[in-house]
Design a protein around this ligand. Sequence first.
Ligand SMILES: [Zn+2]
Length: 356
Amino acid sequence: MSTQPVLLIRDSRFSLHLENMPHLETPKRLRAFEEILSDPSLSGRTQEISPRIATTEELAWVHTREHIQRVAGSATRPFTSFDLDTQATENSYDVARLAAGGVFSLLDEIWNGRGKRGFACVRPPGHHAEPGKAMGFCLFNNVALGARYLMEQYSAQRIMIIDIDVHHGNGTQAAFYETDKVLFVSTHQFPGYPGTGNYGEIGKGKGEGYTVNIPLSKGVGDRDFARIIYFLINPLAQMYQPEIILVSCGFDLYNRDRLGGMAVTPEGYGLITFFLTEIAERTCNGRIAFIMEGGYSLRGIRECGLAVMQTLCGLPLIKAKVIDRIVGSTGGAQGLSFLRKVLEVHKKHWKSFSGI
Ligand SMILES: [Zn+2]
C-alpha cells in the first residue's frame, strides 16, 4: 500500500493544442482524464505539481535543431501540417514544450524522494516523435526527453521505459537504440502503425539487447497482458535493476478504442498498473512515472484512467485471487506462445531468459 500521495501533472493549457479542430487527438481526451480526478475514491490521495516549459537546449537532448525549428515555426501560423496525421495550431509549440517540461517537473519530485509514483496527464503525446521528425500526433518525445533529463540532471545510469501504448514507440526506440543506459521495452499490436517494432529490432552497438520489442497480434486481453508483464518484463527489470521506471501509458489497449484492436478492459489496466508498480517496488524503491500517450475512446480514457489512478493510489482494486491466478499460471513465459520468439531472440543478452 502506497502511503505517499500520487504526484500529478495536469494543466488546462494542455487543451490549447488543436483547440477547436476536429482531430482524433482532441483536447477532450485531456478533459476526460481530468474528470477522473474528482472521483471520491481519489480524494486526498493525489498531489498536483506545476509543469514548467522545456527549453530549446533541453529539447535538443533528443531532437535535431532543424526539427525544433520546424515545430517552433508553427507558432506563427494558425495551422501547420507535418504529415497526414500530425498537425499543430499556433499554441502547439508552447504546449508541447510544457508537456516535456511537465515530465521534467514530475521526475524532479520523484527523483528527490517527494513521492514515488506519478502520472503526467500531458498532450500532445510523444512516443512517435523521432529525433528529426514529428509524426503520429507527436511533436516532441516527452518520455525520451524525460529519460535524457534524468541522465543530464542527475547522472542516471539505468532507466527502464515500458511502452504499453497499442502502437510501437518508434521515436523512443530511435532515441536510445545505441545506449545501454535506457532499457526500452514495448508491447504493441503488430503489424500496425507505424510499422516498426518487430522482434529483430534489438538495439545496436552498446545498445544491443537494450531494446526489447514484444509484437502482438490483435485481440490480446487483460490476463495475457498481465502475464507478459509478470513473466517477461518483470525478470528483465530484475536483471537490469533500473533506477526508475517510466511508463509510456496509452489508453488505446482498451477494447473499444477507435484505433487499437486489443481487448483490454478497465480492470485489465488496473492489473497492468498493479504488476508495473510491483516491479518498481522490487527494483527501484517504487519509483515509477506514467506519462500519457494515446487513447482514442473518451470512455476508455475515463474508465481505464480511473483504474490506473486508483491502483497507483494503492486502492485494492484487484482481487488477490485474480493476481494469484496470473502468478500461478503454468508454463510461465514459455507457456505464452507469443513470447517464445522474444525469449529466443533475447536469451543471449539476458541470462535468466535462457533458463526460462
Ligand atoms: Zn497509440
